[in-house]
Ligand binder design. Sequence first.
Ligand code: K1U
Ligand code: ZN
Length: 167
Amino acid sequence: MALLHVLQFPDPLLRNKAKPVAVVDDQIRKMVDDMFETMYEQSGVGLAAIQVNIDKRIIVMDISDDRNQPLCVINPEILTREGVQYESEGCLSFPGVFDKVERSAKIRLKALDRDGQPYELDAEGLLAVCIQHEMDHLDGILFIDHLSALKKDRARKKLEKMRRREF
Ligand code: K1U
Ligand code: ZN
């Protein structure tokens, strides 16, 4: 396995749109495993392939406290949506920036697993938020795109300030 470089805002590659995976083969499984290793190493609960400059519709997630419930999501589709939730989100491409985003409260997801087998999943709470956040990444959409101009500007300034402190 290998650790991958996570792109940071404002890298234009984060705006790329991912393409569907045609066949889930060993090459795709290697990408999935590398993405899991990277997500766990960065203490994230999710990671989309676009964030590591892979233009494929692949997401990895683990929202469990013990970090032992990996969820591999390939070619995701949201079948149904219900209600609204407004919760705080973070992003590995925006370290230190958190803000509330409006998302569907409950979703039904259809996807392929690490073996290329189709499955469906009902999600709510953090899992539903995380799936929607990661699916946005696959379409080049970032969570700050959901914020008001004022909050977006505040997030940008916070990121700049944190980066100045790093150097
Ligand atoms: O960059 C990413 O896409 C990963 C992101 C996923 C996410 C977390 C929470 C809400 C929406 C999307 C993260 O893992 S952010 C860091 C994190 O570990 C975290 C943040 C908030 C709650 C729980 C965990
Ligand atoms: Zn993100």
